[in-house]
Design a protein around this ligand. Structure first.
Ligand SMILES: [Zn+2]
Length: 172
């Protein structure tokens, strides 16, 4: 992709703006990130609108964890990936693209057959074990912090964490 494909604000940004591989709905998985050696995120409960799960899969070992935001373990994630983890994987594939997710998690997927299913299948085939869910609170608070930005009143003073947003010229 040459410079021509970038808009002015993308060029003036110091961080590269990575558009989602494919657009996705945020309701199911409002937060997904490849960080701290894990794919981790927040997944809405299918049945209870007030409940969310913090799910994660570790790179390399695929050790998985799933618990509610109140730190109660997910009943579905005792011996295998629960549906929240599966949803997290498929939404992460939409957001980051299957190659990037596979590379980060160190999953070998057959070339040309790069889909969520082969990614999940490759991980479950190695019989991963439940991992440590102690990072859940941290993941959840990162998600809340991200949400908080949506509620900031419009101001012109700099917000340090937002500096990766490019400065734009004010129209008088
Ligand atoms: Zn779960």
């Amino acid at each position: 992709m040459g410079d021509g494909a970038l808009s002015v604000w993308e060029k003036s940004s110091t961080a590269r703006v990575v558009p989602p591989a494919r657009p996705r709905k945020l309701a199911k998985v409002p937060f997904a990130e490849l960080a701290d050696g894990r794919l981790q995120g927040v997944v809405s409960s299918g049945s209870d609108i007030g409940r969310v799960y913090v799910s994660s899969v570790a790179a390399g070992t695929y050790a998985f964890a799933c618990s509610t935001n109140n730190n109660r373990p997910c009943g579905g994630a005792r011996g295998m990936f629960c549906k929240h983890i599966q949803t997290l994987v498929s939404e992460a594939v939409l957001q980051y693209g299957v190659e990037r997710v596979a590379r980060y998690l160190k999953v070998e997927i057959p070339e040309g057959d790069a889909g969520t299913q082969s990614l999940t299948a490759a991980m479950t085939a190695s019989c991963p074990v439940p991992g440590d869910s102690s990072a859940a609170a941290q993941v959840f608070s990162r998600f809340l912090r991200q949400l908080a930005y949506l509620e900031l009143a419009p101001i012109t003073a700099p917000v340090p964490e937002m500096q990766w947003f490019p400065p734009t010229r004010t129209v008088a």
